[in-house]
Design a binder for this molecule. Structure first.
Ligand SMILES: Cc1cc2nc3c(=O)[nH]c(=O)nc-3n(C[C@H](O)[C@H](O)[C@H](O)COP(=O)(O)OP(=O)(O)OC[C@H]3O[C@@H](n4cnc5c(N)ncnc54)[C@H](O)[C@@H]3O)c2cc1C
Length: 332
C-alpha cells in the first residue's frame, strides 16, 4: 500500500511559529493522545480558538513499517466519528483491519457468545487499528484545521485559575497562555487532575496485559477471539496481514514469566491458552506488558475545566472500551 506523504510539523504550527501563535484561547486541550486529538478535530470546524498541546514529538507517533503492538478495537460508531472529523481516510491510507465476527468463550464452563455482523445486516462489526495510526491521523487532521494551533511537542507544565474564570497555563518552553476552558486529556496520570485538586478512586486489578503481534498456522477468519481463563481474558484480534494482535491479561507473575520466555515456548503457551483454536503460533513479534487498574476521578468537570479520556476514567481493556466514545453522540 502506498504511504501518505507526511510533513513533519517540527516547530511550524499551522503557518504560525512558536513566537506568533495566540496566547489567549477559548479552549486548551492538554494531551494529544487519541482522545484529546479527536476532540480537537471535532471542534476544529467551529469558530473557537483551540490549542492542542502534545508533549511527544509528532515524529515519535508516526506509524512505521512494522505494525505497532498497541492496537484498539474500534466500533463502527467510532469509525463514523473518525470519518466525520476527517481523519478516517488517513487511517485507511496507513492500515486498518476489519473484523466481522466476535467469538468469546469460557475456558472452564459452557458460556460462549458469537456475534456475527451478518445477523445485523452489516458487512462488519468494527476495525482493529494501531493506536499510532489513530493518534497520528488525528494529529495530522488537527494540524490542518485553521481553528487549531497544534503545539507538538509542547507540554503543560502548570496551570492556575484566574479571577476572571479563565485558566493561565505555563508550557515547558516558557510560554504562558490563557483559556476559557482547560481540557485535561493527559492520560491516566493526569497532571491537570492533580493541579485541579480532583481526587480519583480505583484499585489495581492485580493483572498485567501482555501484548504482541503473532502469526497463527490457521486463518483468523476476520474474527476477534477471546477466551476467558481463570487468570484473565486472552484476546486475539485480526490484523490485515493475517497476523493477530494479542492482549493476554493475566497475573503479574505469569505476565513477567511469559515475557521472559523464548519465542518458541511463549508461542506454545499462547497456543495452548487459546486451546489451539487458531492452530500453532508460528511467529511472535515484540512483546510488551501494561499493568491494569481501574480508576475513576471524583469529578469530570470544574468551572473552566474538564477531564476526558483516561484522565477521567481508566477501565480494564477486556471489552475494548477505554476510549468510551458514547459521549460523542452528536457526531454520529
Ligand atoms: C492493553 C490495552 C488494550 C486496550 N485496548 C483498547 C481497545 O481495544 N479499545 C479501546 O477503546 N480502548 C482500549 N484500551 C484503552 C485505551 O488505550 C485508552 O483508553 C486510551 O489510550 C486513552 O487515551 P487518552 O488519549 O485518554 O490517553 P493517553 O493515550 O494516555 O494519551 C495522553 C496523551 O497526553 C500526552 N501528555 C501527557 N501529559 C502531558 C502534558 N503535561 N502536556 C501535554 N501532553 C501531555 C501524552 O504524551 C499522551 O499522548 C486499551 C488499554 C490497554 C492498556
Amino acid at each position: 500500500m502506498d504511504k501518505p506523504d507526511h510533513r513533519c510539523v517540527a516547530l511550524k504550527l499551522n503557518n504560525h511559529t512558536m513566537n506568533d501563535i495566540n496566547t489567549d484561547y477559548d479552549l486548551i486541550i492538554a494531551g494529544g493522545g487519541m482522545v484529546g486529538s479527536a476532540l480537537a478535530c471535532a471542534l476544529g470546524a467551529s469558530e473557537l480558538r483551540i490549542a492542542l498541546l502534545e508533549s511527544a514529538p509528532l515524529a515519535s507517533v508516526r506509524p512505521g513499517e512494522q505494525l505497532d503492538s498497541r492496537v484498539s478495537a474500534i466500533s463502527r460508531a467510532s469509525q463514523r466519528i473518525f470519518a466525520a472529523v476527517g481523519a478516517w481516510n488517513e487511517m485507511t491510507a496507513w492500515r486498518v483491519s476489519p473484523f466481522r465476527d466476535m467469538r468469546v468463550w469460557d475456558s472452564t464452563g459452557s458460556g460462549r457468545i458469537h456475534f456475527d455482523s451478518a445477523d445485523i445486516g452489516e458487512p462488519l462489526l468494527g476495525w482493529i487499528v494501531e493506536n499510532r495510526v489513530i493518534q497520528f491521523a488525528l494529529l495530522e487532521r488537527a494540524r490542518q484545521l485553521p481553528a487549531v494551533d497544534l503545539c507538538c511537542p509542547a507540554a503543560l507544565d502548570s496551570a492556575q485559575p484566574l479571577d476572571n474564570d479563565r485558566w493561565q497555563v505555563q508550557l515547558n518552553d516558557g510560554r504562558v497562555v490563557t483559556t476559557r476552558l482547560l481540557v485535561g486529556a493527559d492520560g491516566a496520570q493526569s497532571k491537570i487532575r492533580q493541579l485541579a485538586g480532583i481526587g480519583a478512586s480505583g484499585w489495581e486489578y492485580d493483572q498485567k496485559a501482555v501484548v504482541a503481534n503473532v502469526r497463527t498456522s490457521e486463518s483468523h477468519q476476520a474474527t476477534a477471539w477471546q477466551r476467558f481463563l481463570p487468570t484473565g481474558p486472552l484476546a486475539f484480534l485480526p490484523l490485515h496481514d493475517g497476523r493477530c494482535s494479542i492482549v493476554w491479561s493475566t497475573t503479574p507473575a505469569q505476565a513477567d514469566a511469559l515475557l521472559a520466555l523464548d519465542e518458541q515456548p511463549f508461542g506454545d503457551a499462547l497456543g495452548e491458552a487459546l486451546a489451539w483454536r487458531l492452530g500453532a503460533i508460528v511467529q511472535v513479534g515484540v512483546r510488551g506488558a501494561f499493568p491494569l487498574r481501574l480508576q475513576h476521578t471524583h469529578h469530570y468537570v470544574k468551572p473552566g475545566l474538564a477531564l476526558i479520556g483516561d484522565a477521567a476514567h481508566v477501565v480494564h481493556p477486556l471489552a475494548g472500551q477505554g476510549l468510551i466514545w458514547d459521549c460523542w453522540m452528536p457526531l454520529r
